[in-house]
Structure formats: C-alpha cells, structure tokens
Design a protein around this ligand. Sequence first.
Ligand code: SAM
Length: 233
Amino acid sequence: MDEKQLSMRLAKAAAYVPKKARLADIGSDHAYLPCALTLNHQIDFAIAGEVVIGPFQTAKEQVERLKLTNTIDVRLGNGLDVLTLEDKITAITICGMGGSLIASILENGIQKKQLSGKERLILQPNIGEYTLRNWLMNHSYKIIAEELIEEDQKKYEIIIAEKSEQVQTYTDQELKYGVFLKNTPSTIFIDKWQSELEKKQTILASLKKSSTDQSEKIQRVEREMKEIEELIQ
Ligand code: SAM
C-alpha cells in the first residue's frame, strides 16, 4: 500500500469522501488517505492528524516528499484537538482503530465543540462496531451507508454517518450486525457471523463443562447463538 495504491479498506473509506471535501484524517500515520485523495483531485484541503510523534513525522515526510504541503496540513495532536472550526472541515475519516477509541475521539470532539455537525463521518473500526453505532445513535448521527470488506483474511466494517435533526433509533440487532449489512447479507457477512457462531459454540461447550453454576451465562450464549443462526440462515 502507498499513496497511489491504497489498501482495499482505505480505498472503500476514501470512496465515501465527497468530492471537493475539506477532510480531516485522524490517526493518519502515513497520510496515505489524504495523499491519495489529493493526488486524484478529489479533495480541496486536508488535515492529517496524528497523536504519536513517530507516525506524525512519517506523515509529514510523506506529504513533503509528494509536494502536497499546499493542500495537506499534518498536525500533531490528540483526536479532533488538531481541528478548529475555521478549518471548515466537511468530512472526517477515522480508520484502523477500535470502535470505542473512535467513539471517545468523537465524544471529546463534541465536548470541546470541535465538531460543527456538518461533517460526514467515515469510520472504520477494527472491533467494537456496536459501541460505535451506539455512540452515533445517541448523538443523533444517521448511519447513511455501511460496507463490510475482507482483505488479507481480515474483515472490516466501514460506517458512514451524518448528523441528523431527528433522533435516531436503531434496534439492538442493527447496532450489533449493522443497519444496512444485516438486511442484505453478503457472503462476507455470513462468513463473519458463522465464525462468531463457532466461537460461541466453543464458549458454550466450556461453560457446560464448568464445575460451578453457569446457567445464566449458558442461557445468554444460547440466546445469542439462536439470534445469529436466524440471521444467517
Ligand atoms: N488510519 C490509518 C489506517 O487506517 O491505515 C492508520 C491506522 S493505525 C492502526 C492507527 C493510528 O492512529 C496510529 O498511527 C495511532 O498513533 C493513531 N492514533 C491513535 N489514537 C489517536 C488519537 N487519539 N488521535 C490521533 N491519532 C491517534
């Protein structure tokens, strides 16, 4: 992967950045995403935000090497602290982190009034999708699209959301399996939940062997397994 050939994961996320966007890519260790979008004339301006000095230097050198410093500003800082409302950001990408870390970055952004509510959020959690969707719902973000992709034998969800004037309500199943993903189950989706089912089967077997009373946990795992079975049948 480099700025010319993004990984499938980042390319999918990049495809949801609106044309002419003013982008903030948070956790931008090589600045690949903003560099690729700039080279393809997809965006007008970008901030590449990084909290760790090493990756920040790497991103900075990358942007300088490609002579993109007029368009991409590499900034060192925690989450959305690198943004000001004057940057007039219209899209934020946060990719390759856990869902709860992404949610906490967004939560800090709300607390510190770093979000105008006009930004499209393009989020790619490695895990913790439920927590992230729950955060979006509780902050009136509407999930407008979702992707589930597989690359190098790993599956990744990408969640795209925009602030809504209306309260957003998602069911527990939608938060867990995806608002769109669950309605049109792809082969990757079925594989993902099939392997979750297998993990739960192993858990169930060991709970049943326990010498202490595990009946509550057993009932819970059985309930979860039934739900997944119904979903992927
Ligand atoms: N976004 C790139 C991608 O998806 O390929 C890089 C993902 S890398 C696994 C996560 C990056 O996010 C690391 O460089 C890490 O230092 C950075 N990061 C983690 N927490 C952060 C935070 N609170 N603010 C800014 N960057 C953060």
